[in-house]
Design a protein. Sequence first.
Length: 213
Amino acid sequence: MGDPKFPSKHYNTPSHPWQKVRMEQESNLIHQYGLKNKKEIWRADTKVREMRRQARKLTANSGDNQAQKEKVLLLAKLNRLGMLEQDSALEDILRMSPENILDRRLQTQVYLQGLSSTVKQARQLIVHGHISVDGAVTRVPGMTVTRLQEKNIIYSPSSALNSDLHPVRPGAKAPAEDETIEEESPKEEPETEKADTPKEPENKETNNKEAKK
């Protein structure tokens, strides 16, 4: 059973620790979804494998009444979580990937709804208690958001981000320094070109001849 203070992990680690292709894919997912570490990817991958295993089992026992009931419940659950569409089948579950679960995380939904400028900032806002779901403050970035909860993700009532002028809020821009400098500095008047007065050419030879006469 184990000690409740040290619960067992709910994910399976890769079979081989050093695989270049897998490591590159995991690095891209961490950057794309702003994850803390690779454990969150392994947890999503484990859930997908469990769903695939259940879908293959239900497909093999398609003639059983109990299998039909479990099939309806499984598809309804995934539709409620936003991972599958309304008219999906068991074959769609076999085509699922960890991205389908990572897209439904609270951190990803906060970023997609425009409540944060970046995915990493979305995680920071959640951990600091600036995000509420269904009126309750939630501090778990990996929370799976349902279709109904997706519409009720807002800033918490006690958060300072409710103000439109908050600098951290997306869309709030402070005045640029270059613009203020240009407004304060007086405009330089264009220099007027001085009219060049034409000088009469001095003809020394004619002057000398007149002087001799």
